[in-house]
Ligand binder design. Structure first.
Ligand code: FMN
Length: 252
């Protein structure tokens, strides 16, 4: 099926009877090969926003899947109602919001949004549900324990879980930013299963050595570690350089 789109001029999308698809922004001759970002219903929607911003800043295309449950966490954490029919406007508002809840903290342009395709979580015929659809891999951020279980067991109960299974069977990079505490034995076993299947498990646990002074710094640290696991270059956090005490220096 075609992606949900409330912007008829979105690049890369050919419509029956419409004009031929034009290439995605910034990639005139290069075939589009996106990262799939799956947002599941764990707390931590600012992590997802930071990862998507990081991908877009690196010039990467993004295929976005937002689980049904994650609409509740997004509403709870940002006040944004995410709507399939208006995903572009809702995503713009979400990406622009700071982790402290301040609207308009980040400038999100049309060119940024042109790099994104949105697929409804119930659309099991969506492009990325097939291994033949070209993607670089998938980042699940945040990952709920239900999502971790579903992927570990291969349930494919929605598009997000199906794409994760496809990513594993195609031996592509799968990064799972699990968010829950404490973790029970069942989830720990599922995480081991994912690790053994080749996924990279990145717990959403911020570190304090990078000199964080704001909530955004802590969010960006986790998002940066997710992007590290995908080999996507970014400047979301300050890397450890072997000097003890640098995280507490004045002016950080
Ligand atoms: C406000 C809110 C916060 C939640 N936070 C978490 C969480 O941090 N971790 C988690 O595993 N589940 C959390 N849940 C529960 C999941 O949303 C629930 O298990 C859901 O079935 C996950 O579905 P999904 O994986 O398809 O998105 C939360 C639910 C709500 C409503």
């Amino acid at each position: 099926m075609e992606p949900q789109d409330d912007n008829p001029s979105q690049p890369g999308v050919a419509r029956p009877g419409g004009p031929p698809a034009r290439p995605a922004a910034g990639s005139a001759d290069v075939p589009r090969r996106p990262w799939v970002v799956g947002v599941s219903g764990a707390s931590g929607t600012p992590y997802a926003a930071s990862v998507v911003r990081g991908l877009l800043a690196a010039g990467e295309a993004v295929d976005l899947i937002v689980s049904r449950a994650s609409r509740l966490t997004l509403l709870d954490e940002t006040g944004i109602s995410f709507r399939d029919a208006h995903w572009r406007a809702d995503l713009r508002e979400w990406l622009a919001r700071g982790a402290d809840g301040k609207p308009g903290t980040f400038g999100i342009t049309d060119a940024d949004l042109d790099l994104v395709r949105y697929w409804p979580a119930g659309d099991l015929a969506a492009g990325p549900s097939s291994g033949s659809y070209p993607v670089k891999g998938m980042l699940i951020v945040p990952a709920s324990t239900a999502c971790v279980a579903g992927v570990a067991l291969g349930l494919s109960k929605d598009l997000l879980q199906r794409v994760a299974s496809v990513t594993l069977k195609e031996r592509r990079r799968l990064v799972v930013a699990v968010r829950e505490t404490p973790l029970n034995g069942q989830t720990l076993r599922h995480l081991v299963t994912l690790d053994e299947a080749g996924a990279v498990v990145v717990p959403a646990s911020p570190a304090f050595y990078a000199g964080a002074t704001h909530i955004q710094d802590l969010v960006d640290f986790v998002a940066g570690r997710v992007l590290d696991a995908a080999d996507v270059p970014h400047r979301l956090y300050r890397r450890w350089e072997g000097e003890l005490g640098s995280g507490s220096k004045e002016g950080n």
